[in-house]
Write a protein that binds this ligand. Structure first.
Ligand code: 13P
Ligand code: SF4
Length: 335
């Protein structure tokens, strides 16, 4: 697996310097006519200064709909590429070009072409956590928020026996297979952060917080075992929610007036937004070590520099972008 190289780490940011830097960021964004989009796993001080914070689907929709001339993407590289594909005439900036993704790195366009060649006629569904080159070889994109919907749409439109190549995340693939009750060909890629949240973590945190709800991202290594607990009647199905990061926020807003415990199986950056949305709910990380170092490469200082200096531009070449746009637009139309 080809993991991205980690760039220089900037000097630690003192808490007292955060408000002044945030003011500078907002002033520069206004001056440049830029919109700041941030993923739910970003550092709290980045989330708090962004125009919009959301999941991959929401971020793609915001990027597609913005009237701003510049989009500054506080997330990882494939997300900025998606914005560039959807908005070819806009300037798309990312504060650190090394903010990659181990899941996106788990399949290359060449590997996908070989896989397609061994299954002629199959429909290719790829998670948005892929490079633009992989998307250019894809029929439909999906995110964790709409993977089941996209696959069900394909069976409805193209027939029950359609052969589907699904990738690159094997845990999301297993979840979709379980939910639709149909087998697909699933690539064996994974996100190192989510795959690291194991069934043992769930067993330990369940013992400490009996009766807590579960909010589980379908990329997690524990997702299959939790579905098995539910199937065996060991865990109440009512309390188990398989959700995208945006779905977790919707859960928090819905239950904001209740004192509950919710065990959260995803990257720990998620806890900031959840606790803001429902301060009376006790959100507990299923695994405190679930930390994406690529997401955390985007710092407030780098965001300020990006806006001030117009760096680093992410531009997908038109011959790739024109083909990569089709599966993304199909996904957005279904969602
Ligand atoms: P969401 O689409 O649920 O935000 O998850 C994407 C992801 O894992 C980004 O790292
Ligand atoms: Fe990629 Fe995993 Fe990090 Fe998300 S959490 S950006 S899937 S490495």
């Amino acid at each position: 697996m080809n993991l991205p190289v980690i760039g220089a780490i900037d000097a630690p940011l003192m808490l007292e310097n955060i408000p002044a830097l945030q003011d500078e960021v907002r002033a520069l964004a206004e001056e440049r006519g830029a919109v700041i989009l941030a993923h739910n796993y970003q550092l709290p001080e980045i989330q708090d200064v962004a125009d919009y914070v959301g999941d991959s689907l929401g971020l793609s929709q915001r990027a597609a709909g913005t009237s701003a001339g510049t989009i500054v993407f506080c997330g990882v590289h494939f997300m900025a590429e998606t914005a560039s594909v959807l908005c070819p005439d806009k300037q798309v900036l990312i504060p650190d070009l090394d903010a990659g993704c181990s899941l996106a790195d788990s399949i290359t366009a060449d590997q996908l072409c070989h896989w397609k060649a061994s299954h002629p006629g199959a429909v290719v569904v790829m998670y948005v956590n892929t490079t633009a080159e992989v998307k250019a070889e894809t029929d439909y994109c999906c995110t964790s928020a709409n993977a089941v919907k996209v696959v069900e749409h394909i069976y409805r439109e193209r027939g029950e026996n359609t052969e589907i190549l699904f990738g690159p995340d094997m845990f999301l693939g297993a979840y979709v297979e379980k939910t639709t009750g149909r087998r697909m060909h699933v690539w064996d890629g994974e996100c190192h952060v989510h795959a690291g949240i194991r069934p043992d973590d769930i067993a330990a945190v369940r013992a400490e917080h009996p009766g807590g709800d579960f909010l589980i991202h379908p990329e997690c290594g524990c997702s299959t075992s939790v579905m098995e607990y539910v199937a065996s009647g060991d865990v109440e199905s009512d309390g188990v929610h398989m959700l995208s990061t945006g779905g977790m926020l919707a859960y928090a807003r819905e239950h904001a007036d209740q004192h509950r415990t919710a065990i959260v199986a995803t990257e720990t950056g998620m806890l900031h937004g959840l606790r803001q949305a429902a301060p009376d709910t006790d959100f507990v990380a299923a695994n405190e070590a679930a930390h994406c170092r690529y997401m955390k490469m985007i710092t407030l200082t780098k965001l300020r520099d990006s806006l001030r200096d117009g760096v680093h531009e992410v531009k997908v070449p038109p011959h790739i972008a024109d083909r990569a746009r089709i599966p993304i637009q199909r996904m957005v139309a279904i969602s």
